[in-house]
Ligand binder design. Structure first.
Ligand code: FAD
Length: 482
Protein backbone atom coordinates (compact mmCIF):
# COMPACT_ATOMS: atom_id res chain seq x y z
CA UNK A 1 0.00 0.00 0.00
CA UNK A 2 1.43 3.40 -1.02
CA UNK A 3 0.70 6.62 0.81
CA UNK A 4 1.03 8.50 -2.49
CA UNK A 5 -2.30 9.94 -3.55
CA UNK A 6 -1.24 12.83 -5.74
CA UNK A 7 1.23 12.90 -8.60
CA UNK A 8 2.48 15.67 -10.84
CA UNK A 9 1.35 14.32 -14.15
CA UNK A 10 2.24 15.40 -17.63
CA UNK A 11 0.39 18.33 -19.25
CA UNK A 12 -2.48 18.50 -16.73
CA UNK A 13 -2.08 17.93 -13.06
CA UNK A 14 -4.47 15.14 -12.26
CA UNK A 15 -5.56 13.54 -9.09
CA UNK A 16 -4.60 9.90 -8.86
CA UNK A 17 -6.88 8.14 -6.42
CA UNK A 18 -5.42 5.71 -3.93
CA UNK A 19 -7.80 3.09 -5.31
CA UNK A 20 -6.31 3.58 -8.85
CA UNK A 21 -2.84 3.12 -7.45
CA UNK A 22 -3.79 0.06 -5.43
CA UNK A 23 -5.46 -1.54 -8.44
CA UNK A 24 -2.37 -0.83 -10.56
CA UNK A 25 0.00 -2.24 -7.93
CA UNK A 26 -2.05 -5.43 -7.92
CA UNK A 27 -1.52 -5.80 -11.68
CA UNK A 28 2.30 -5.66 -11.66
CA UNK A 29 3.77 -8.98 -10.60
CA UNK A 30 7.14 -7.52 -9.52
CA UNK A 31 5.41 -4.79 -7.51
CA UNK A 32 5.37 -1.01 -7.74
CA UNK A 33 7.87 1.16 -5.86
CA UNK A 34 7.52 4.74 -4.69
CA UNK A 35 9.95 7.00 -2.81
CA UNK A 36 8.77 5.46 0.45
CA UNK A 37 10.21 2.04 -0.46
CA UNK A 38 13.72 0.92 0.52
CA UNK A 39 14.47 -0.43 -2.96
CA UNK A 40 13.43 2.83 -4.69
CA UNK A 41 16.78 4.61 -4.72
CA UNK A 42 18.68 1.67 -6.15
CA UNK A 43 16.00 1.00 -8.76
CA UNK A 44 16.06 4.59 -10.12
CA UNK A 45 19.83 4.60 -10.71
CA UNK A 46 21.19 4.58 -14.24
CA UNK A 47 24.71 4.19 -15.63
CA UNK A 48 25.44 7.91 -16.04
CA UNK A 49 26.09 9.44 -12.61
CA UNK A 50 24.96 12.92 -13.73
CA UNK A 51 21.38 11.61 -13.99
CA UNK A 52 19.50 11.89 -10.70
CA UNK A 53 15.77 11.79 -11.48
CA UNK A 54 12.98 10.76 -9.15
CA UNK A 55 10.13 8.93 -10.83
CA UNK A 56 6.79 8.96 -9.00
CA UNK A 57 6.42 5.21 -9.48
CA UNK A 58 8.60 2.32 -10.62
CA UNK A 59 6.74 -0.69 -12.04
CA UNK A 60 8.86 -3.82 -11.78
CA UNK A 61 7.63 -5.74 -14.80
CA UNK A 62 8.03 -9.50 -15.03
CA UNK A 63 5.83 -10.26 -18.02
CA UNK A 64 4.33 -8.77 -21.15
CA UNK A 65 1.04 -8.62 -19.23
CA UNK A 66 2.66 -6.37 -16.62
CA UNK A 67 3.94 -4.14 -19.41
CA UNK A 68 0.48 -3.93 -20.97
CA UNK A 69 -0.99 -2.90 -17.61
CA UNK A 70 1.70 -0.26 -17.11
CA UNK A 71 1.29 1.21 -20.60
CA UNK A 72 -2.50 1.40 -20.18
CA UNK A 73 -2.11 3.00 -16.75
CA UNK A 74 0.35 5.63 -18.04
CA UNK A 75 -1.90 6.42 -21.02
CA UNK A 76 -5.06 6.65 -18.89
CA UNK A 77 -3.45 8.94 -16.32
CA UNK A 78 -1.27 10.84 -18.78
CA UNK A 79 1.84 9.93 -16.87
CA UNK A 80 5.24 10.50 -18.39
CA UNK A 81 6.42 6.96 -19.15
CA UNK A 82 10.03 5.78 -19.30
CA UNK A 83 11.51 2.34 -19.92
CA UNK A 84 14.67 1.06 -18.29
CA UNK A 85 16.46 -1.77 -20.10
CA UNK A 86 20.08 -1.84 -18.95
CA UNK A 87 19.99 1.85 -17.92
CA UNK A 88 23.05 2.67 -20.03
CA UNK A 89 21.84 5.40 -22.34
CA UNK A 90 23.98 8.49 -21.78
CA UNK A 91 20.90 10.76 -21.84
CA UNK A 92 19.36 8.92 -18.89
CA UNK A 93 15.96 8.64 -20.57
CA UNK A 94 15.36 5.37 -18.75
CA UNK A 95 14.14 7.41 -15.80
CA UNK A 96 11.54 10.20 -15.91
CA UNK A 97 11.26 12.88 -13.24
CA UNK A 98 7.83 12.53 -11.65
CA UNK A 99 6.83 9.83 -14.14
CA UNK A 100 6.21 6.11 -14.31
CA UNK A 101 9.36 4.08 -14.93
CA UNK A 102 9.08 0.54 -16.24
CA UNK A 103 11.93 -1.48 -14.78
CA UNK A 104 12.53 -4.46 -17.07
CA UNK A 105 15.35 -6.03 -15.04
CA UNK A 106 13.03 -8.86 -13.98
CA UNK A 107 12.81 -10.05 -17.62
CA UNK A 108 16.36 -11.25 -18.42
CA UNK A 109 15.62 -14.69 -19.88
CA UNK A 110 17.64 -15.86 -22.88
CA UNK A 111 16.47 -19.01 -24.66
CA UNK A 112 18.77 -20.38 -27.37
CA UNK A 113 17.66 -22.75 -30.11
CA UNK A 114 21.03 -24.14 -31.30
CA UNK A 115 19.41 -26.10 -34.14
CA UNK A 116 17.73 -23.07 -35.67
CA UNK A 117 20.55 -20.77 -34.54
CA UNK A 118 18.21 -18.29 -32.90
CA UNK A 119 17.88 -16.73 -29.46
CA UNK A 120 14.81 -15.28 -27.78
CA UNK A 121 15.86 -12.55 -25.39
CA UNK A 122 13.99 -10.72 -22.64
CA UNK A 123 13.95 -6.89 -22.58
CA UNK A 124 15.90 -6.67 -19.32
CA UNK A 125 18.77 -8.86 -20.54
CA UNK A 126 22.28 -7.46 -20.50
CA UNK A 127 24.82 -8.25 -23.22
CA UNK A 128 26.55 -10.69 -20.87
CA UNK A 129 23.31 -12.70 -20.49
CA UNK A 130 23.13 -13.19 -24.26
CA UNK A 131 26.85 -13.82 -24.79
CA UNK A 132 26.97 -16.46 -22.05
CA UNK A 133 23.87 -18.30 -23.24
CA UNK A 134 24.79 -18.27 -26.92
CA UNK A 135 28.49 -19.05 -26.43
CA UNK A 136 27.53 -22.22 -24.60
CA UNK A 137 26.66 -23.41 -28.13
CA UNK A 138 29.55 -21.67 -29.92
CA UNK A 139 27.12 -19.07 -31.29
CA UNK A 140 26.82 -15.28 -31.07
CA UNK A 141 24.99 -12.28 -32.49
CA UNK A 142 26.65 -8.87 -32.92
CA UNK A 143 26.26 -6.79 -29.73
CA UNK A 144 28.25 -3.98 -28.09
CA UNK A 145 31.59 -3.98 -26.28
CA UNK A 146 30.52 -3.49 -22.65
CA UNK A 147 28.85 -6.50 -21.13
CA UNK A 148 26.60 -4.58 -18.72
CA UNK A 149 24.82 -2.68 -21.52
CA UNK A 150 21.15 -3.52 -22.01
CA UNK A 151 20.21 -5.52 -25.10
CA UNK A 152 16.93 -3.62 -25.52
CA UNK A 153 18.23 -0.06 -25.84
CA UNK A 154 21.28 -1.15 -27.84
CA UNK A 155 19.16 -3.11 -30.31
CA UNK A 156 16.41 -0.54 -30.76
CA UNK A 157 19.00 2.12 -31.64
CA UNK A 158 20.97 -0.07 -34.09
CA UNK A 159 23.74 -1.84 -32.14
CA UNK A 160 27.32 -2.45 -33.21
CA UNK A 161 30.39 -4.16 -31.80
CA UNK A 162 33.27 -6.48 -32.68
CA UNK A 163 31.19 -8.73 -34.96
CA UNK A 164 29.43 -5.98 -36.92
CA UNK A 165 31.83 -5.85 -39.85
CA UNK A 166 31.32 -9.56 -40.38
CA UNK A 167 27.63 -10.06 -39.51
CA UNK A 168 26.07 -6.58 -39.62
CA UNK A 169 24.43 -4.37 -37.03
CA UNK A 170 22.45 -5.90 -34.18
CA UNK A 171 19.25 -4.84 -35.99
CA UNK A 172 20.39 -6.69 -39.12
CA UNK A 173 20.22 -9.86 -37.03
CA UNK A 174 16.87 -9.12 -35.44
CA UNK A 175 14.19 -11.50 -36.69
CA UNK A 176 11.19 -10.36 -34.68
CA UNK A 177 10.16 -8.21 -31.74
CA UNK A 178 7.15 -8.46 -29.45
CA UNK A 179 6.05 -4.99 -28.51
CA UNK A 180 3.31 -3.37 -26.46
CA UNK A 181 2.14 -0.32 -28.39
CA UNK A 182 0.53 2.84 -27.00
CA UNK A 183 -2.98 1.35 -27.28
CA UNK A 184 -1.93 -1.38 -24.83
CA UNK A 185 -1.96 -4.13 -27.49
CA UNK A 186 0.85 -6.68 -27.83
CA UNK A 187 2.02 -7.00 -31.43
CA UNK A 188 4.60 -9.16 -33.13
CA UNK A 189 6.73 -7.21 -35.57
CA UNK A 190 8.75 -9.10 -38.16
CA UNK A 191 9.31 -9.16 -41.92
CA UNK A 192 5.90 -10.82 -42.35
CA UNK A 193 3.90 -9.29 -39.47
CA UNK A 194 3.56 -5.50 -39.10
CA UNK A 195 6.56 -4.99 -41.44
CA UNK A 196 6.43 -1.18 -41.21
CA UNK A 197 6.58 -1.32 -37.41
CA UNK A 198 9.44 -3.85 -37.70
CA UNK A 199 11.29 -1.47 -40.02
CA UNK A 200 10.91 1.37 -37.49
CA UNK A 201 11.96 -0.74 -34.50
CA UNK A 202 15.28 -1.52 -36.20
CA UNK A 203 16.96 1.75 -35.27
CA UNK A 204 14.05 4.01 -34.30
CA UNK A 205 14.72 3.58 -30.57
CA UNK A 206 11.97 3.29 -27.96
CA UNK A 207 9.59 5.52 -29.93
CA UNK A 208 7.04 2.92 -30.99
CA UNK A 209 6.23 0.84 -27.93
CA UNK A 210 7.73 -1.24 -25.16
CA UNK A 211 9.58 -4.28 -26.47
CA UNK A 212 8.89 -7.37 -24.38
CA UNK A 213 10.90 -9.94 -26.36
CA UNK A 214 13.54 -9.97 -29.12
CA UNK A 215 14.39 -12.83 -31.48
CA UNK A 216 17.92 -12.84 -32.93
CA UNK A 217 19.73 -14.75 -35.64
CA UNK A 218 22.95 -16.40 -34.35
CA UNK A 219 26.24 -17.24 -36.07
CA UNK A 220 29.03 -19.67 -35.24
CA UNK A 221 31.67 -17.66 -33.34
CA UNK A 222 34.55 -19.00 -31.24
CA UNK A 223 34.15 -19.87 -28.41
CA UNK A 224 37.84 -19.00 -28.87
CA UNK A 225 38.71 -15.96 -30.98
CA UNK A 226 41.89 -13.91 -31.45
CA UNK A 227 41.80 -10.65 -29.53
CA UNK A 228 43.83 -8.19 -27.50
CA UNK A 229 45.42 -4.76 -27.40
CA UNK A 230 48.43 -3.05 -28.93
CA UNK A 231 49.64 0.05 -27.08
CA UNK A 232 51.79 2.81 -28.60
CA UNK A 233 53.40 5.89 -27.06
CA UNK A 234 51.45 9.09 -27.74
CA UNK A 235 54.48 10.56 -29.52
CA UNK A 236 53.78 8.10 -32.37
CA UNK A 237 50.06 8.92 -32.53
CA UNK A 238 50.11 10.59 -35.94
CA UNK A 239 52.11 7.79 -37.61
CA UNK A 240 50.17 4.88 -36.07
CA UNK A 241 46.70 6.35 -36.55
CA UNK A 242 47.39 6.99 -40.22
CA UNK A 243 48.76 3.48 -40.60
CA UNK A 244 45.65 2.12 -38.85
CA UNK A 245 43.33 4.14 -41.11
CA UNK A 246 45.10 2.80 -44.23
CA UNK A 247 45.11 -0.76 -42.86
CA UNK A 248 41.35 -0.56 -42.20
CA UNK A 249 40.65 0.07 -45.89
CA UNK A 250 41.58 -3.50 -46.83
CA UNK A 251 41.29 -5.37 -43.52
CA UNK A 252 39.27 -8.61 -43.60
CA UNK A 253 35.73 -8.40 -42.24
CA UNK A 254 36.49 -10.95 -39.52
CA UNK A 255 38.75 -8.28 -38.01
CA UNK A 256 37.77 -5.08 -36.19
CA UNK A 257 40.43 -2.71 -34.87
CA UNK A 258 39.37 0.34 -32.87
CA UNK A 259 41.47 3.28 -31.66
CA UNK A 260 41.41 4.67 -28.13
CA UNK A 261 43.32 7.83 -27.22
CA UNK A 262 43.58 8.09 -23.44
CA UNK A 263 45.86 7.84 -20.43
CA UNK A 264 47.16 4.30 -20.00
CA UNK A 265 45.16 2.28 -17.48
CA UNK A 266 47.21 0.12 -15.06
CA UNK A 267 47.14 -2.96 -17.29
CA UNK A 268 49.40 -5.76 -16.04
CA UNK A 269 51.27 -6.10 -19.34
CA UNK A 270 52.23 -2.40 -19.39
CA UNK A 271 55.39 -1.18 -17.59
CA UNK A 272 54.43 0.79 -14.49
CA UNK A 273 56.18 3.89 -15.81
CA UNK A 274 53.61 4.03 -18.62
CA UNK A 275 50.54 3.93 -16.35
CA UNK A 276 48.74 7.28 -16.44
CA UNK A 277 50.65 8.61 -19.45
CA UNK A 278 49.05 9.46 -22.80
CA UNK A 279 48.95 6.47 -25.14
CA UNK A 280 47.29 5.18 -28.29
CA UNK A 281 45.54 1.83 -27.80
CA UNK A 282 44.34 -0.44 -30.60
CA UNK A 283 41.93 -3.03 -29.21
CA UNK A 284 41.07 -5.71 -31.78
CA UNK A 285 39.09 -8.88 -32.35
CA UNK A 286 39.36 -11.43 -35.15
CA UNK A 287 36.42 -13.85 -35.24
CA UNK A 288 37.65 -16.22 -37.98
CA UNK A 289 40.19 -19.03 -38.09
CA UNK A 290 42.92 -18.83 -35.43
CA UNK A 291 46.18 -18.99 -37.44
CA UNK A 292 44.96 -16.43 -39.97
CA UNK A 293 43.78 -14.22 -37.10
CA UNK A 294 47.16 -14.24 -35.40
CA UNK A 295 48.81 -13.38 -38.70
CA UNK A 296 46.49 -10.48 -39.57
CA UNK A 297 46.42 -9.12 -36.01
CA UNK A 298 50.22 -9.09 -35.88
CA UNK A 299 50.18 -6.37 -38.52
CA UNK A 300 48.66 -3.98 -35.95
CA UNK A 301 51.92 -4.26 -33.99
CA UNK A 302 53.74 -3.03 -37.08
CA UNK A 303 52.10 0.42 -37.26
CA UNK A 304 55.07 1.82 -35.28
CA UNK A 305 57.18 0.85 -32.31
CA UNK A 306 54.69 -0.42 -29.67
CA UNK A 307 55.16 -0.21 -25.91
CA UNK A 308 53.40 -3.53 -25.59
CA UNK A 309 51.31 -5.95 -27.55
CA UNK A 310 48.99 -8.48 -25.90
CA UNK A 311 47.25 -10.41 -28.65
CA UNK A 312 46.33 -14.04 -28.58
CA UNK A 313 43.53 -16.61 -28.46
CA UNK A 314 40.88 -15.90 -25.83
CA UNK A 315 37.27 -16.86 -25.15
CA UNK A 316 34.90 -14.53 -27.01
CA UNK A 317 32.66 -14.09 -23.94
CA UNK A 318 35.70 -13.05 -21.87
CA UNK A 319 36.82 -10.40 -24.36
CA UNK A 320 33.26 -9.06 -24.33
CA UNK A 321 33.86 -8.12 -20.67
CA UNK A 322 37.42 -6.79 -21.13
CA UNK A 323 36.41 -3.11 -21.07
CA UNK A 324 33.92 -3.33 -18.21
CA UNK A 325 36.36 -2.04 -15.55
CA UNK A 326 36.93 1.19 -17.53
CA UNK A 327 33.20 1.67 -18.06
CA UNK A 328 31.81 0.95 -14.62
CA UNK A 329 28.52 2.68 -13.69
CA UNK A 330 28.25 5.70 -11.40
CA UNK A 331 30.86 8.11 -12.84
CA UNK A 332 29.74 11.38 -14.38
CA UNK A 333 29.66 11.09 -18.18
CA UNK A 334 29.10 13.37 -21.15
CA UNK A 335 29.55 12.16 -24.72
CA UNK A 336 29.78 13.68 -28.16
CA UNK A 337 29.82 11.47 -31.22
CA UNK A 338 29.90 11.68 -35.00
CA UNK A 339 30.15 9.35 -37.99
CA UNK A 340 32.85 9.40 -40.66
CA UNK A 341 32.73 7.86 -44.12
CA UNK A 342 36.46 8.53 -44.46
CA UNK A 343 39.08 9.69 -42.01
CA UNK A 344 41.41 12.29 -43.48
CA UNK A 345 44.77 13.34 -42.05
CA UNK A 346 43.29 16.62 -40.81
CA UNK A 347 40.61 14.80 -38.77
CA UNK A 348 43.22 12.49 -37.26
CA UNK A 349 45.42 15.46 -36.35
CA UNK A 350 42.49 17.18 -34.62
CA UNK A 351 41.73 14.07 -32.55
CA UNK A 352 45.35 13.84 -31.47
CA UNK A 353 45.50 17.52 -30.60
CA UNK A 354 42.37 17.32 -28.41
CA UNK A 355 43.57 14.07 -26.84
CA UNK A 356 46.76 15.84 -25.78
CA UNK A 357 44.53 18.28 -23.82
CA UNK A 358 42.21 15.77 -22.17
CA UNK A 359 40.66 17.29 -19.03
CA UNK A 360 40.93 14.18 -16.86
CA UNK A 361 42.39 10.69 -16.52
CA UNK A 362 39.09 8.92 -17.26
CA UNK A 363 38.40 10.81 -20.50
CA UNK A 364 39.04 9.27 -23.90
CA UNK A 365 38.45 9.63 -27.60
CA UNK A 366 37.59 6.33 -29.20
CA UNK A 367 37.04 5.55 -32.83
CA UNK A 368 35.25 2.35 -33.80
CA UNK A 369 35.95 0.74 -37.16
CA UNK A 370 32.75 -0.13 -39.05
CA UNK A 371 32.05 -0.90 -42.71
CA UNK A 372 31.93 -4.45 -44.04
CA UNK A 373 28.58 -6.26 -43.76
CA UNK A 374 26.76 -3.37 -42.05
CA UNK A 375 27.64 -1.07 -44.95
CA UNK A 376 26.18 -3.40 -47.59
CA UNK A 377 22.64 -3.02 -46.22
CA UNK A 378 20.67 -0.27 -47.97
CA UNK A 379 20.17 2.90 -45.92
CA UNK A 380 16.37 2.59 -46.19
CA UNK A 381 16.23 -1.14 -45.39
CA UNK A 382 15.99 -0.38 -41.65
CA UNK A 383 15.38 2.77 -39.63
CA UNK A 384 19.09 2.76 -38.72
CA UNK A 385 20.42 4.89 -41.54
CA UNK A 386 24.16 5.37 -40.93
CA UNK A 387 25.31 2.68 -43.38
CA UNK A 388 27.99 4.93 -44.86
CA UNK A 389 29.82 5.19 -41.51
CA UNK A 390 33.16 3.46 -41.81
CA UNK A 391 34.20 4.98 -38.47
CA UNK A 392 32.25 6.28 -35.48
CA UNK A 393 34.03 8.60 -33.06
CA UNK A 394 32.78 8.84 -29.50
CA UNK A 395 34.29 11.45 -27.22
CA UNK A 396 33.96 10.10 -23.70
CA UNK A 397 33.98 12.91 -21.17
CA UNK A 398 34.15 11.02 -17.88
CA UNK A 399 34.90 12.43 -14.42
CA UNK A 400 33.95 12.21 -10.73
CA UNK A 401 33.81 15.73 -9.27
CA UNK A 402 30.66 17.77 -10.10
CA UNK A 403 32.89 20.84 -9.92
CA UNK A 404 34.49 19.69 -13.20
CA UNK A 405 31.18 19.37 -15.07
CA UNK A 406 31.59 22.38 -17.32
CA UNK A 407 35.31 21.85 -18.05
CA UNK A 408 34.82 18.28 -19.25
CA UNK A 409 31.60 19.01 -21.13
CA UNK A 410 33.27 22.01 -22.78
CA UNK A 411 36.20 19.89 -23.93
CA UNK A 412 33.92 17.21 -25.40
CA UNK A 413 31.81 19.82 -27.19
CA UNK A 414 34.92 21.44 -28.66
CA UNK A 415 36.22 18.12 -29.98
CA UNK A 416 32.86 17.53 -31.64
CA UNK A 417 32.62 21.06 -33.06
CA UNK A 418 36.09 20.86 -34.58
CA UNK A 419 35.57 17.40 -36.07
CA UNK A 420 32.01 17.99 -37.35
CA UNK A 421 33.10 19.49 -40.71
CA UNK A 422 34.96 16.23 -41.43
CA UNK A 423 32.00 13.99 -40.46
CA UNK A 424 28.94 12.81 -42.40
CA UNK A 425 26.41 14.94 -40.47
CA UNK A 426 24.56 11.82 -39.39
CA UNK A 427 24.81 10.50 -35.84
CA UNK A 428 24.14 7.39 -33.81
CA UNK A 429 21.10 7.88 -31.57
CA UNK A 430 22.47 5.49 -28.96
CA UNK A 431 25.32 7.95 -28.33
CA UNK A 432 23.37 11.25 -28.31
CA UNK A 433 23.21 13.21 -25.07
CA UNK A 434 20.08 14.78 -23.60
CA UNK A 435 20.93 18.22 -25.04
CA UNK A 436 21.10 16.89 -28.61
CA UNK A 437 17.40 16.57 -29.48
CA UNK A 438 18.07 18.80 -32.48
CA UNK A 439 20.38 16.13 -33.93
CA UNK A 440 17.67 13.44 -34.08
CA UNK A 441 16.27 14.44 -37.46
CA UNK A 442 19.72 14.66 -39.08
CA UNK A 443 20.69 11.33 -37.48
CA UNK A 444 17.79 9.62 -39.26
CA UNK A 445 18.31 11.59 -42.47
CA UNK A 446 16.07 10.41 -45.29
CA UNK A 447 14.37 7.88 -42.97
CA UNK A 448 13.02 10.53 -40.60
CA UNK A 449 9.77 11.34 -42.44
CA UNK A 450 8.87 7.65 -42.72
CA UNK A 451 9.59 7.17 -39.02
CA UNK A 452 7.24 10.06 -38.23
CA UNK A 453 4.48 8.35 -40.22
CA UNK A 454 4.97 5.07 -38.34
CA UNK A 455 4.97 7.06 -35.10
CA UNK A 456 1.70 8.73 -36.06
CA UNK A 457 0.14 5.34 -36.71
CA UNK A 458 1.28 3.58 -33.54
CA UNK A 459 1.75 6.42 -31.04
CA UNK A 460 -0.17 9.51 -32.19
CA UNK A 461 -0.19 11.04 -28.68
CA UNK A 462 3.58 10.56 -28.30
CA UNK A 463 3.21 8.49 -25.14
CA UNK A 464 6.73 7.13 -25.74
CA UNK A 465 8.74 10.34 -25.69
CA UNK A 466 11.40 9.69 -23.03
CA UNK A 467 13.87 8.91 -25.79
CA UNK A 468 15.60 10.64 -28.71
CA UNK A 469 12.15 11.57 -29.81
CA UNK A 470 10.56 11.17 -33.21
CA UNK A 471 7.40 13.24 -33.17
CA UNK A 472 4.25 11.96 -34.91
CA UNK A 473 3.97 13.19 -38.48
CA UNK A 474 2.45 16.67 -38.72
CA UNK A 475 -1.02 16.60 -40.29
CA UNK A 476 0.11 18.19 -43.59
CA UNK A 477 2.75 15.50 -44.06
CA UNK A 478 0.17 12.81 -43.22
CA UNK A 479 -2.15 14.05 -45.92
CA UNK A 480 0.68 14.04 -48.44
CA UNK A 481 1.53 10.41 -47.52
CA UNK A 482 -2.06 9.09 -47.58
C1 FAD B 1 29.61 1.91 -21.36
C2 FAD B 1 28.81 1.88 -22.62
C3 FAD B 1 29.26 1.18 -23.71
C4 FAD B 1 28.51 1.15 -24.88
N1 FAD B 1 28.96 0.46 -25.96
C5 FAD B 1 28.20 0.37 -27.07
C6 FAD B 1 28.62 -0.41 -28.17
O1 FAD B 1 29.68 -1.03 -28.17
N2 FAD B 1 27.81 -0.47 -29.25
C7 FAD B 1 26.62 0.19 -29.30
O2 FAD B 1 25.93 0.08 -30.31
N3 FAD B 1 26.20 0.95 -28.27
C8 FAD B 1 26.96 1.06 -27.17
N4 FAD B 1 26.54 1.82 -26.11
C9 FAD B 1 25.33 2.63 -26.25
C10 FAD B 1 24.11 1.78 -25.94
O3 FAD B 1 23.72 1.11 -27.10
C11 FAD B 1 22.96 2.69 -25.48
O4 FAD B 1 23.34 3.33 -24.30
C12 FAD B 1 21.69 1.88 -25.26
O5 FAD B 1 20.60 2.78 -25.19
C13 FAD B 1 21.77 1.07 -24.01
O6 FAD B 1 20.63 0.32 -23.81
P1 FAD B 1 20.08 0.08 -22.34
O7 FAD B 1 18.91 -0.81 -22.43
O8 FAD B 1 21.20 -0.31 -21.46
O9 FAD B 1 19.71 1.57 -21.95
P2 FAD B 1 18.47 2.24 -21.22
O10 FAD B 1 19.01 3.55 -20.75
O11 FAD B 1 17.81 1.36 -20.25
O12 FAD B 1 17.49 2.46 -22.40
C14 FAD B 1 17.78 3.38 -23.41
C15 FAD B 1 16.50 3.77 -24.09
O13 FAD B 1 16.06 2.68 -24.86
C16 FAD B 1 14.67 2.58 -24.81
N5 FAD B 1 14.32 1.26 -24.27
C17 FAD B 1 15.01 0.49 -23.40
N6 FAD B 1 14.36 -0.68 -23.22
C18 FAD B 1 13.26 -0.63 -23.98
C19 FAD B 1 12.20 -1.52 -24.24
N7 FAD B 1 12.12 -2.73 -23.69
N8 FAD B 1 11.22 -1.13 -25.10
C20 FAD B 1 11.25 0.09 -25.68
N9 FAD B 1 12.23 0.97 -25.46
C21 FAD B 1 13.22 0.61 -24.63
C22 FAD B 1 14.16 3.73 -23.98
O14 FAD B 1 13.85 4.82 -24.82
C23 FAD B 1 15.35 4.08 -23.14
O15 FAD B 1 15.34 5.42 -22.74
C24 FAD B 1 27.28 1.85 -24.94
C25 FAD B 1 26.82 2.56 -23.81
C26 FAD B 1 27.58 2.58 -22.67
C27 FAD B 1 27.11 3.37 -21.49
Amino acid sequence: MHSLTYLTLDKDVRQLRQSDLDAFTGQISGGVLSAADDAYNEARKVWNGTVDRRPALIARCKSAKDVQAAVRFAAAHRMLLSVRGGGHHIAGNAVAEGGLMLDMSGMRDVVVDPGKRTARVGPGALLSDVDQATQAHGLATPLGINSTTGVAGLTLGGGFGWLTRRFGMTVDNLMSVEVVTADGQTRTASASSEPELFWALRGGGGNFGVATSFEFKLHPVGPEIVSGLVVYPFAQARQVMRAWRDFCATAPEELSVWTVLRKAPPLPFLPQSVHGTDVVIFPLLYSGEREEGLKVAARVSGFGDPIASAIGPAPYAAFQTAFDPLLAPGARNYWKSCNFSKLGDAAIDLMIDFASRMPGPQCEIFVAQLGGAMGRVKADATAFVGRDATFIMNVHGRWSDPGEDEVVRGWARNVFKSLAPHATGSGYVNFLTEDEAERVEASYGANHARLQSVKQRFDPQNLFRMNLNIEPAPSAARQAVS
